[in-house]
Write a protein that binds this ligand. Structure first.
Ligand code: GUN
Length: 292
């Protein structure tokens, strides 16, 4: 079994980007500027956004955190989005999800300028991605593709089972892996809560991508010998004995599944860090595209 070390690969990618940023600075060019909008005080979102901003600083990007109170109205948030669209200094930005219940998420995501949509959540980007056109690929599936590429995992003609049909992970990764190209050319089955006999499908899979959010869902008995396991789950399990009051766990019963897998991503330290690295990559791409 080999660990797909997302922490290491994400650090490699960040170093590569940092080198490019340093060269941009030397040439007297504007460096990429990422903004993040966070509404409210959701614990996980605060952690993610903080981590994104810190990563920007480390690699030499400019970053702006716009932290709005929980009571922010939809109208106020849409106004902020319009400001970011109009601000030429901002190359790309994200609106951290989930948004408070009183705000229509779809309406907000639709208002983001697709050329600044470094999350790749706007329908224009999703559509372009599905049609193999230049777009912004959502950071988590983009990170999974990059991890598979850098470890030279053979995906050609392989059976891939994706668990979960979310717009952010399951749906886009199923599209990307079925496309032509490196880390792709796979035969993909997209499974979800209404799938029958999921075990029969996962047992046939050369690669399983689990993006469900149910701790230890994927058991050793559900996979075949030598399968590649990508665990996208990040669940906070309350635990008083932990300093933070919780521990983080994935969808995969790691201790047992690792014995049977050929490659596996750990949680934490697998797909999670890749997501941030690819968001930075998208921001670098946004800067370059705005220069065109
Ligand atoms: N919430 C969970 N994952 C993400 C992400 O990749 N981007 C944004 N904006 N919100 C999220």
């Amino acid at each position: 079994m080999k660990i797909l070390d997302g922490k290491k690969i994400s650090n490699d990618i960040k170093e590569e980007i940092a080198v490019e940023v340093a060269q941009m600075k030397e040439r007297g060019e504007k460096v990429p500027h990422l903004a993040a909008v966070l509404v409210g005080n959701d614990g996980a979102s605060l952690t993610y956004v903080g981590s994104k901003v810190r990563s920007c600083e480390k690699i030499g990007f400019e970053s702006t955190l716009i932290h709005l109170p929980e009571e922010t109205t939809e109208e106020e948030l849409l106004k902020k989005v319009e400001e970011l669209n109009a601000n030429p200094d901002i190359d790309g930005y994200i609106v951290q999800l989930p948004l408070p219940k009183h705000i229509n998420e779809e309406k907000v995501l639709m208002a983001v300028d697709p050329e600044k949509d470094v999350d790749g959540f706007h329908p224009v980007n999703f559509g372009k991605m599905a049609l193999d056109m230049e777009s912004f690929i959502p950071a988590t599936p983009f990170g999974i593709m990059e991890l598979l590429k850098r470890y030279k995992v053979d995906t050609e003609g392989k059976n891939v089972v994706v668990i979960g049909r979310s717009h952010i992970v399951g749906r886009p990764i199923s599209i990307l892996m079925s496309q032509k190209g490196e880390a792709a050319n796979s035969t993909v089955t997209l499974t979800h809560s209404r799938t029958r006999n999921i075990e029969e499908l996962t047992k046939q899979a050369d690669i399983v991508v689990s993006a469900l959010g149910v701790p230890k869902f994927l058991k050793e008995s559900m996979i075949k010998e030598g399968a590649v396991i990508i665990d996208v789950g990040i669940t906070r399990v309350p635990d008083e004995t932990q300093k933070r009051g919780y521990y983080i766990t994935g969808d995969v019963d790691f201790e047992n599944v690792e014995k049977k897998a050929s490659f596996i991503t750990p949680v934490p330290g697998g797909v999670g860090p890749m997501t941030i690295a690819m968001l930075l990559k998208n921001t670098l791409l946004a800067r370059a595209r705005h220069n065109k």
